[in-house]
Design a protein around this ligand. Structure first.
Ligand code: KG4
Ligand code: ZN
Length: 334
């Protein structure tokens, strides 16, 4: 059994997963409410909170799995990318747990975790597949041939899709996190009421399937200014629906392009934005039209969690004790 720990942002997570991908437990302590009053994650506060929660969450994961530390054969932990102070709490804790028992430790790339989340459970996705990950911190499409690695096909050049939702929600006077609020409000609005820009950029030298969301947020800001307070209030649902459509369209366009270009039969979504109802139905429709099977893991496996870190660890080389003692966290991975 693998005990995995994930503390890259504002969720304190631990999970127990078997080598063949059965999730025995997946414990998460969300700090969402703590950061809500600031309108975003405050790194220093997140680190301190991880420190307070990490032991309890680890105990929770073990208890939920009906296991003790004696049953754990490997410890896995997110090494990056993420908030450096937050990562350090998880990494130190994982090192201590592994070293105390001389267990091997697997350092995991957080994004690799998102990419292979759909390999968990009774109906795992089979490579080759393409994966669209859209969260508050990351937005990219990747191709997987072997679950031990992934190849980036494109990524956001500025804001992440979740960030676009959060910033848009703030402009519309909705709460934080903004994605769920926009999703709810959008169901009462017309996605074609306003024409927001749908950007499909491609970097020089990149694989061609990039994203850009920063112009969209600016465009909403101008629109709200033009409309004025009263009219914005009256048309809030239309604004939310049109804005959401402009975030979702490029996500689905890139997913479809990746599927076609790479010629794969399987695809999956990951990241917190995978909870978005418009994205889910548009991705399902696109995959249906392309004759491709789409895996959308349950919400708890799409948002940050430790089970996906264990999932990635299954396909990665462990470091033997004591080789990992001087391992460092990395805010960015090469
Ligand atoms: O993966 P996640 O939980 O955390 C990281 O950022 O790593 O993703 C959180 C993001 C937030 O930006 C939130 O607004 C967005 O996912 N989100 C949604 C929805 N639920 C969460 N965005 C759109 N629609 C949703 N229903
Ligand atoms: Zn994440």
């Amino acid at each position: 059994m693998i005990l995995a720990i994930e503390t890259s942002c504002d969720d304190t997570c631990a999970a127990v997963v078997t080598a063949d991908g059965e999730i025995r437990s997946n414990a998460i302590a969300s700090q969402g409410l703590l950061h809500e009053q600031y309108g975003g994650v405050v790194p220093e506060i997140a680190s301190r909170r991880h420190l307070e929660l990490i032991d309890a969450i680890t105990a929770d994961a073990l208890e939920g799995a009906g296991a003790g530390l004696d049953d754990i054969e490997t410890v896995a932990v997110t090494r990056g990318p993420g908030l450096i102070g937050a990562l350090l709490v998880g990494l130190s804790s994982a090192k201590a747990l592994a070293a105390a028992r001389g267990l091997p430790l697997v350092p995991v790339d957080h994004l690799h975790g998102h990419v292979v989340a759909a390999t968990l459970g009774k109906d795992p996705i089979e490579p080759p597949f393409v994966c669209l990950v859209a969260s508050g911190g990351h937005t990219f499409v990747a191709r997987v041939d072997e679950p031990s690695s992934y190849r980036l096909l494109g990524e956001t050049l500025d804001d992440a899709a979740g960030e676009a939702f959060d910033k848009g929600a703030r402009i519309l006077g909705l709460g934080y996190p903004g994605g769920p609020a926009i999703d709810r409000l959008a169901s009462e609005g017309d996605p074609e009421a306003f024409g927001f820009p749908r950007s499909l950029p491609a970097r020089d030298g990149g694989a061609g399937l990039d994203f850009s969301f920063s112009g969209l947020k600016t465009s909403l800001l101008y629109k709200v200014r033009d409309l004025g307070e009263e009219e914005t209030e009256r048309r809030r649902a239309d604004l939310a629906a049109s804005y959401q459509a402009a975030v979702v369209a490029p996500l689905v366009a890139r997913l479809a392009q990746a599927i076609e270009r790479e010629g794969v039969a399987n695809a999956t979504l990951g990241g917190g934005v995978a909870a978005n109802s418009a994205l889910r139905s548009a991705a399902e429709q696109a995959c249906h039209d392309l004759g491709v099977r789409l895996w959308i893991p349950p919400h708890a496996l799409c948002t940050d969690n430790a089970a996906m870190i264990a999932a990635a660890a299954r396909f990665s080389e462990p470091l033997a004790y004591p080789d990992y003692l001087d391992l460092d966290a990395a805010a960015r991975l090469a």
